[in-house]
Design a binder for this molecule. Structure first.
Ligand SMILES: *Cc1c(COP(=O)(O)O)cnc(C)c1O
Length: 440
């Protein structure tokens, strides 16, 4: 617990960057669902059993077998987290001038592509950019736009196509099995490999089960296996749907690519049977991948987010609908409509949620995805301005979420008092992590 005065002061000294506030001074932390899960008794038992042999540890083989069982991919390469898998993938495939289409690239994915000189292209269906559309699969790829891009730039300039399941930056919205299949069908015609950014593959599988005809009786694991069966590889942050605090992997079928990837891995992450992780981490991932596909666990998780959505709706607070798989996204443009987008209404709301109740959230809008034109100094802004309240897995209870609702309601009631922000410092990549701001 902190007092309101303390929180006002903390925001001032950290220059309004919530990433810089010590966790000790946060009451309910909804900054991210990444690496914030509570591990189970069996995962902790796995930590005790970890085999720390440098090469070919038992824990690696258990991890490899579990990942292969679910994804079906031939080569399983452990990495210390998702972006390490992305870095290896794009170091090999994203040269200057190449285009990489996705439904929506996540921030680290986009940064890794651009860092290697490629263009990250977002091609989500138009419903996916409308916060009020109730389309059941708002994370779907726009197949016409995909085909148009291939014809425009030529398939030789598209080294891979990526589907983010669920679509984190687009509101945690799922991609349908049909859309995965159709995307593969199109890129397959041009010999372009399809990769899944599979961080939330289990949540996506659950939405397919609930919303797509023909899947309601099929076990989650089988649905997940079918999703992966349409892809040629995947990147994964185990900090999401593997229910661990650190870890990730890159998985692929192509033998030549795997040789190159392992060579990069050995230079930058570690030997190919641990990839920057301890043996015990690999054990915890293997166990987590089993638990995340338990139907009751997933029903409780998705229902919690729906519950928040129902309550927000009743109060009349604008948010992205329908609620996604791992977070509620407040619609900042409507919530704080008096703050122009270039003064970051999402940042204003995020700071106010902290001041009001010690709740930490994350701006997903102009700060995270906007750009400053290096020539004109003008802001190029994304279509949606959102504030993400991400739900750590197996951490908070209904009472915690009821408290968060009260805090949001209080901020909403006093929304006219919210003020915009401007940058006083921004880094060239992933600026939201280190930026500093002042109140306009
Ligand atoms: C978290 C995340 C990543 C990056 O993973 P890290 O483990 O944070 O490096 C990539 N893509 C998506 C969709 C994510 O949510």
């Amino acid at each position: 617990m902190t007092t309101k005065e303390e929180r006002v002061q903390l925001l001032k000294v950290t220059r309004y960057n919530l990433f810089k506030i010590p966790a000790e001074d946060i009451l309910i932390d909804l900054l991210t669902d990444s690496g914030t899960a509570a591990m189970s008794d069996k995962q902790w038992a796995g930590i005790m059993r970890g085999d720390e042999s440098y090469a070919g540890s038992r824990s690696f083989y258990r991890f490899e077998q579990k990942v292969r069982e679910i994804t079906g991919f031939r080569h399983i390469i452990p990495t210390h987290q998702g972006r390490a898998a992305e870095r290896i993938l794009f170091e090999i495939l994203s040269q200057k001038g190449k285009h990489i289409p996705s439904n929506t690239h996540f921030d680290t994915t986009r940064a890794n592509i651009e860092y290697h000189g490629g263009h990250a292209v977002d091609l989500v269906i138009s419903e996916g950019k409308n916060t009020q559309s109730l389309h059941p699969f708002k994370g779907n790829m726009d197949l016409d736009k995909l085909e148009r891009l291939i014809n425009e730039v030529g398939p030789e300039n598209i080294p891979l196509c990526l589907l983010t399941v669920t679509n984190n930056s687009g509101g945690g919205q799922p991609v349908s099995m049909k859309n995965i299949k159709n995307t593969k069908e199109i890129v397959g015609r041009y010999d372009i490999p399809l990769f899944l950014d599979a961080c939330r593959f289990a949540e996506n599988a659950y939405f397919i089960k609930k919303r797509e005809p023909g899947y309601s009786e099929i076990p989650l694991k089988k649905i997940a296996q079918e999703m992966f069966s349409h892809a040629d590889g995947c990147t994964m942050s185990a900090k999401k749907d593997a229910l661990v605090n650190i870890g990730g992997f890159l998985a692929i079928n192509d033998d030549d690519f795997a040789v190159q990837a392992r060579n990069v891995l050995i230079v930058t992450e570690g030997f190919s049977t641990y990839g920057g992780l301890a043996g015990r981490d690999l054990e915890a991932i293997a166990q987590g991948l089993d638990e995340v596909l338990h139907e009751d666990y997933m029903a409780y998780r998705i229902r919690t987010i729906e519950y928040m959505g129902e309550k927000l709706d009743r109060i009349g607070i604008p948010f992205l609908k329908p609620p996604g798989g791992h977070a509620i996204y407040l619609d900042a443009k409507t919530f704080a409509s008096h703050i122009p987008a270039h003064q970051f209404p999402g940042q204003a709301i995020a700071c106010a949620l902290y001041t009001e109740g010690g709740v930490r959230s994350c701006e997903i809008g102009g700060i995270m995805f906007g750009k400053t034109d290096p020539r004109t100094g003008e802001y190029i802004l994304p279509k949606m301005e959102l504030v993400r309240l991400a739900f750590p897995r197996r951490v908070y209870t209904q009472s915690h979420f009821d408290y968060v609702l009260e805090v949001i309601e209080e901020v909403f009631k006093n929304r006219e008092c919210l003020k915009g922000f401007r940058f006083v410092y921004e880094a060239p990549y992933l600026r939201h992590f280190t930026a500093e701001y002042e109140v306009v």
